[in-house]
Design a protein. Structure first.
Length: 378
């Protein structure tokens, strides 16, 4: 049986894209699927996926990245896979090492990393362009040496295709159809909206909290996720709008389903950073899949999705008053809210669902190593 090894030194073992979608889909298709992580939670077999743990990360950021990457690579190599699917930039060096050993290698570009570096808060502003430029050169070099690059959005995969990468395919981070639909959806008459995901300044948390102080409908926001950095939370708690925030922290998928079931809108008001304007946030499509209208940043790509499917409202993410007005509109217009929710769910069913992306993933694997029953023969 063809052995597939996914490697991540930075993500959680139950990461939605890596584990729940890609690994579980490959295991269900018949591939001998292994996921190597570095979280200290031990080895496990979950949904047909063999999880190998190399131990929890420790030390500073750079040492942690380097040591965890080496441990993950070493553990993955010991499993002697037919194909390796890498998910973190700190594994680029080990992608080349795997190729040198005759292995098939895929890199999964979750983000446009050079663009993302331009807004990294822990990098001094005067160094960001330099580091982004160097990162772009390394990324291009590695991408041309391996067997395929998977982009989490069309813009990412197009970027790699333009530099001559031999195989590129966009595997969009679309939702599993029906996963987050609440059996007893109780949003009618609700004044709750929600934000689910990582919480940071660049994702517009300050403007969201400020907007909650400006609503006229006594709306409340359910805030699910963790702050990055943690110190940001204290700044948000000090804002007047925090009185309308119900903070629940990081939650599991069942809790996400419950939150969406009682929300009349889901917010994704990212600020216009270089890595955001062409992004396709997972949360946007998850809101849609649950029948929850979207309040989103007015970026051209997002406008195409939201207005094109009439499934929400667009706002200037820098403008708390505009965000508050959008929340009030949906709270005050239950029929419009219901129709937009239905439109979003229909769009996911027809074109924004994981089943379509899964087929592309399996086709890529068959192209590189053949069907699951037959390991690739050099």
């Amino acid at each position: 049986m063809t052995r597939v090894i996914h490697l991540t030194s930075a993500h959680q073992r139950r990461d939605i894209r890596i584990f729940l979608k890609e690994c579980c889909s490959l295991a269900a298709a018949g591939y001998d699927t292994h996921l190597v992580v570095a979280d200290g939670l031990g080895d496990a077999l979950v949904s047909g996926v063999h999880i190998k743990d190399t131990g929890s990360k420790s030390g500073g950021r750079l040492s942690r990245m380097a040591l965890s990457a080496f441990k993950v690579y070493s553990a993955g190599l010991a499993l002697d896979g037919d194909i390796y699917h890498l998910h973190d930039p700190e594994l680029w060096l080990w992608a080349l090492a795997l190729k040198a050993k005759g292995k098939k290698v895929i890199f999964d570009a979750h983000e446009d990393l050079p663009a993302q570096i331009l807004t990294k808060p822990y990098i001094q502003p005067y160094l960001r362009k330099l580091i982004a430029g160097l990162t772009d050169k390394v990324e291009r070099f590695v991408a041309r040496k391996i067997d395929a690059v998977v982009g989490a959005t069309p813009s990412i995969s197009h970027k790699f295709a333009a530099i001559g990468v031999r195989r590129t395919v966009d595997i969009n981070n679309f939702p599993l159809e029906g996963e987050l639909v609440s059996a007893d959806r109780a949003a009618e008459g609700s004044r709750a909206v929600c934000y689910v995901g990582g919480i940071s300044a660049i994702r517009g948390i300050a403007e969201l909290v400020e907007a909650m102080a400006l609503t006229r409908t006594d709306a409340r926001i359910i805030l699910a996720g963790s702050f990055g950095p943690a110190s940001l939370r204290a700044d948000m708690v000090a804002k007047p709008g925090w009185n309308a925030v119900d903070e629940v922290g990081q939650v599991n998928r069942d809790a996400v389903r419950e939150i969406l079931g009682k929300s009349i809108a889901g917010l994704v008001t990212y600020l216009p950073a270089p890595n955001h304007v062409h992004a396709q946030p997972n949360k946007m499509f998850e809101y849609m899949s649950a029948g929850v209208p979207v309040i989103a940043s007015d970026f051209p790509l997002w406008r195409e999705i939201v207005e094109g499917n009439d499934c929400g409202l667009l706002v200037d993410p820098h403008n708390p008053k505009a965000i508050a007005e959008a929340i009030d509109t949906l709270v005050s217009s239950p029929e419009m809210t219901r129709c937009m929710g239905e439109n979003g769910r229909r769009a996911v069913k027809e074109k924004y669902n994981w089943a379509i992306e899964e087929a592309k993933l399996i086709a890529l694997y068959k192209d590189i190593v053949g069907p699951p029953q037959l390991a690739f023969q050099a």
